[in-house]
Design a protein around this ligand. Structure first.
Ligand SMILES: Nc1ncnc2c1ncn2[C@@H]1O[C@H](COP(=O)(O)OP(=O)(O)OP(=O)(O)O)[C@@H](O)[C@H]1O
Ligand SMILES: [Mg+2]
Length: 275
């Protein structure tokens, strides 16, 4: 099976978590799965920016990224975190390489424009292309690609891509069978309760009732996009739970939340109504 595994920045903070995940990734790769690991930066990045005296600002959950912030993103995402994760997987027994947009132009991006043209997100992009041949050459050699969430623009600049957007779009481009989001909560929560499954309209309803906010909104949007783009299975799972990744990569019984595609009939009705 071809899988994209998105790992939250928060799960890269503790060595223990990184090693537990690395062992599970190794197990999946050894079982013959073609994996693309994508990671975020979260609090580690924000803390680095604070040390550098840069204040973080978000618009619609996306980090406003000026040149200085972008340069720091390259250092933290493409350097520290990327190498930490690739190193842990390699030490767990499966060779892994940390790759960033520029390497073999593996992830291309275009700048993201906001509806309000007066406001700019700076160096924030969205994924427009993946060098699948390059990934295939790594898989053929049994190497796990570990990608930081950046894209290379036609202007030669690197663009910061929200890691969930990146994972979902990459899953679509590489025709992944499954997209697994490993996050720092047990799944999509409705209050205290972990929802076993969520579907289109229900997601909108939860957002409207303020039950879902922040990064989880972006994640669910990304999940919906991946499903619409042909990825058949999307799961959101707590990454610190024991063997969570193996369970999420396995059969029907899955910890956390499955994001289900919009029902065909409902989609047709909505389409009809829009005409
Ligand atoms: N209903 C909800 N269920 C679960 N989490 C929610 C919900 N509403 C808001 N959240 C928040 O969303 C967060 C997950 O998104 P966040 O962007 O912080 O992490 P991530 O996307 O997994 O990692 P990264 O941003 O580092 O790539 C949770 O930690 C939680 O605080
Ligand atoms: Mg996030």
């Amino acid at each position: 099976m071809r899988m994209v595994i998105k790992i939250a920045g928060a799960l890269l903070e503790r060595d223990e978590d990184v090693q537990t995940l690395a062992r599970q990734i190794t197990e999946l790769a050894r079982a013959g799965h073609e994996l693309l690991v994508v990671h975020g930066g979260g609090r580690i990045f924000t803390a680095t920016l604070t040390r550098m005296g840069i204040t973080s600002r978000f618009i619609n959950g996306l980090r406003v990224t000026d040149r200085e912030t972008r340069d720091a993103a390259v250092m933290v995402f493409g350097g520290l975190l990327n190498k930490r994760l690739a190193g842990a997987i390699s030490l767990a027994g499966q060779p892994a390489v940390g790759i960033s947009a520029s390497d073999a132009a593996c992830f291309l991006a275009e700048p993201m424009q906001l509806d309000d043209s007066a406001t700019s997100l700076g160096f924030v992009g969205y994924l427009t292309e993946v060098n699948v041949d390059f990934l295939r050459s790594l898989w053929r050699e049994g190497i796990v690609p570990v990608a930081s969430c950046m894209g290379l623009g036609a202007d030669g600049e690197l663009y910061n891509i929200n890691a969930d957007h990146m994972a979902a779009a990459a899953a679509e481009f590489i025709h992944a069978d499954r997209l697994i989001f490993l996050t720092d909560v047990a799944g999509v929560l409705d209050g205290e309760k972990v929802l076993r499954a969520v579907r289109g309209a229900e997601i909108e309803d939860l957002i409207r009732r303020n039950k879902i906010s922040g990064g989880m909104i972006l994640k669910l949007e990304a999940a919906k996009r991946a499903l619409a783009g042909g990825v058949s299975e999307v799961r959101i799972v707590g990454g610190t739970q024991r063997r969570a990744l193996l369970a999420a990569a396995g059969g029907a019984r899955c910890p956390g939340t499955r994001v289900l595609p919009v029902l065909r009939t409902a989609a047709r009705a909505a389409h009809g109504a829009a005409q």
